[in-house]
Design a protein around this ligand. Structure first.
Ligand code: FES
Length: 145
């Protein structure tokens, strides 16, 4: 049911933890399944993501997608990080079962929430970044559950 990459990132998640004095922190939950993800980004003065860490209180797919998402955003500029969509994360993981697609939305939104926090703290506007939701269930299609 899960690809080898999903199993690998679930059993050996990368970048688990917190970043002290992070440039941006974003927390997003899903009221429907009860899962929560918190993303920490360390961004340098050129707007490049130096470090990304996460904590996920959630299902295996949520752990695997947050692990992959942190790997993908590292070394990218904040603008490039916006291209790390849930689709990009799923592709990098060789896919997810349809019923688990909403879990990958949690990772995308948590990145956006951390970027939003970074932008607010620094009085910046990140082009193309919309205000993130606290509860991803507002965005995940009903048939995804
Ligand atoms: Fe909730 Fe996966 S079931 S994030």
């Amino acid at each position: 049911m899960y690809s080898e990459k999903v199993m690998d990132h679930f059993t050996h998640p990368r970048n688990v933890g917190e970043i002290e004095d992070a440039s941006g922190v974003g927390t997003v939950g899903n009221a429907k399944c009860g899962d929560i993800m918190r993303m920490y980004l360390d961004i340098d003065e050129n707007g490049v993501i130096r470090e990304a860490k996460f904590k996920t209180f959630g299902c295996g797919a949520a752990v695997a997608t947050s692990s992959m998402a942190t790997e993908l955003v590292k070394g990218k500029t904040v603008q490039e990080a916006l291209e790390v969509t849930n689709k990009a994360v799923m592709e990098a993981l060789d896919g997810l079962p349809p019923i688990k697609v909403h879990c990958s939305l949690l990772a995308e939104e948590a990145i956006h929430a951390a970027l939003w926090d970074y932008a607010e703290k620094n009085g910046l506007t990140i082009e193309g970044l919309e205000k993130p939701v606290n509860d991803i269930a507002e965005k995940a299609p009903e048939e995804d559950y």
